[in-house]
Design a protein around this ligand. Sequence first.
Ligand SMILES: O=C(O)CCC(=O)C(=O)O
Length: 303
Amino acid sequence: MALVYQTAVARDPANTARVTGGVEVRPIAGALGAEIHGVDLGRELDADTIVQVRQALLEHLVIFFRDQEMTPEQHKALGRHFGELMTHEFVEGIEGHPEIMLIAKEKGDRYNFGGTWHSDMTYSEKPPLGSILYAKEVPTYGGDTQFANMYLAYDTLSDQLRTTLDGLRAVHSASRIYGNAGKLATLDYQAGHRGTRVSPSDLAEKTAEHPVVRTHPETGRKALFVNGIFTLRFQGMTEDESCPLLEHLYRHAVTPEFTCRFRWEKGSIAFWDNRAVQHYAINDYPGQRRVMHRVTIAGDRPR
Ligand SMILES: O=C(O)CCC(=O)C(=O)O
């Protein structure tokens, strides 16, 4: 039986393309994701266009642009239209622009960056509002990115489980990934991933506590807010006690009907709302190079 899930965002029920003032929004999947056409992000954007882009982001959760050319300055200026920029604590920026993360996989690399479902930097007290990822070099095939709608993940749980989760908080940390004994500090990883320059650090041991279900500060909608790489456990419970339910939530959150998948081209851009999506960078292009630049927009404390 085909399952039809009602998106929690106010999307066009017919899910068809819409044109307003020269900006065309074309949904790419039932759950989330839309391509935006008619906007040149390398130019100074007028206030009306910024409002439309923001509206499209809130409605579709991840928006995509094609055939864009941006300098690092223009990339940062684009991000600043939506908030202050964050500098990643553990991943190096491109030369002269610490706010632009270099996410690269070299031909000889085995691992990629972001190859597990996650929301960005939820170990921070104030995780990002969103990220804007710009494709500089893409493989001839593969290297797509998947996104999943965390409003749907929450809305499709049973009433009882939603009520239980509404009252819970979770502890998040970067330690498993960026800690001195974390995944990215292992020699195997270092040898298999030279593209993205990561510095493991004691800083990764600090933790942040967030509600398991957050209310989006702009849409007022509830979204599931736990992820498999940064969430350690429910607050007040051990990791062992938390694990079965967390594992269930991670699996449920990425049900195929809650996702979309984006095929990159050079010059493509993805802008995701980190408060309402998880994403996954697919590592299926061995022997090829993929280079992306990312700016990260500061967010607020989840409530
Ligand atoms: O390279 C990608 O497609 C996504 C990278 C990623 O996971 C991230 O920027 O958080």
